[in-house]
Design a binder for this molecule. Structure first.
Ligand code: NCD
Length: 307
């Protein structure tokens, strides 16, 4: 596929680029299951994980992905670095640049921080989640999980439910899934719906029964309290009663509808354990597995742009 210098968002990709990334990721998913590695591909390359926000899955899977391809991986713990002493983002970038880093994976609480870094460093910058803007590798791993389970990535009805307003996962998924010609529905209370921008081509529902009717995929999102102001949700209990996914609400979706969640889950808030842990319907663990494969594909594709 055409080299990709940075991966800052799904915005800017086209269906061919998405399909190529997913095909490559699929081959890595098979390789990972076989227990083999490809340690020559990124040998001698340096990957720095620069995380200004907490993360379990994303940071660990970028680390594993880099190591499985043979890269030298460094995790910068921001709290113990000069960043906590007030060094600016750009000073940090200049320092990392001087170390000849090839791949810089960035998570930041400000939307646009990875794009700013991409203008200033020689490395390929990969957005691992910026503010409420985008989380492109999450959307790619969700797409791969859907494609593997449904055999296609178009013409599906996908309900994205809960805290859409604060979710970069929702935003990247909306962009990717509409680009691939799916029917995307956003389901949640009016206070958790995003304002206008970036949500063209989707249907909005404020009622779970209506929004889940006939859905192939039910994607649940965490209530992102750390990003909320003004109390858009009365209480977690009330939220669960109206918008939490349990067996009764899931019954409105297609009988073979699959459940997804990017994690971390708030059990009993947006999702009940009875559905989150249902081996027939939940694909939450497979999403995590696909996260490593997708990140291997993204790292390889970005690294090739620097050859
Ligand atoms: C998401 C994130 O950080 O945006 N988590 C993740 O990457 N798996 C979603 C969330 O925090 O709720």
């Amino acid at each position: 596929m055409a080299p990709l210098k940075h991966l800052l968002g799904i915005e800017g990709l086209n269906p061919v680029a998405v399909t190529n990334l997913l095909d490559l990721a699929e081959s890595y998913a098979l390789l990972n299951r076989s227990g083999k590695t490809q340690r020559d591909l990124l040998r001698g390359r340096t990957l720095i994980n620069l995380f200004f926000e907490d993360s379990t899955r994303t940071r660990t899977s970028f680390e594993l992905a880099g190591r499985r391809l043979g890269a030298d991986v460094v995790n910068m713990a921001v709290a113990t670095s000069s960043v906590s002493k007030g060094e600016t983002l750009l000073d940090t970038a200049a320092t990392l640049n001087a170390m000849n880093c090839d791949l810089l994976v960035v998570r930041h609480n400000s939307s646009g921080a990875p794009a700013l870094l991409a203008q200033k460093v020689g490395a390929s910058v990969i957005n691992a989640g910026d503010g409420t803007h985008e989380h492109p590798t999450q959307a790619l791993l969700d797409a791969l999980t859907i494609r593997r389970n449904k055999g296609r990535l178009s013409g599906l009805t996908i309900a994205i439910c809960g805290d859409i307003a604060h979710s970069r996962v929702a935003r990247s998924n909306i962009l990717l899934l509409t680009m691939m010609n799916n029917f995307v529905r956003l389901v949640g209370p009016p206070t958790l719906m995003p304002g206008g921008i970036g949500v063209g081509g989707v249907e909005i529902f404020h009622d779970m029964a209506a929004g889940l009717q006939g859905a192939d995929i039910v994607m649940m999102l965490r209530l992102q309290k750390e990003r909320m102001s003004g109390g858009p949700v009365p209480s977690s209990r009330e939220f669960f009663a109206f918008y939490g996914l349990d067996r009764a609400k899931l019954a409105h979706a297609k009988p073979d509808a699959l459940i997804m969640h990017p994690g971390p889950m708030n059990r009993g808030v947006e999702i009940a354990s009875e559905v989150a842990d249902d081996p027939q319907r939940s694909r939450i663990k497979e999403q995590v597995e696909m996260g490593v494969a997708v990140r291997m594909a993204v790292l390889e594709t970005c690294a090739r742009s620097n050859y």
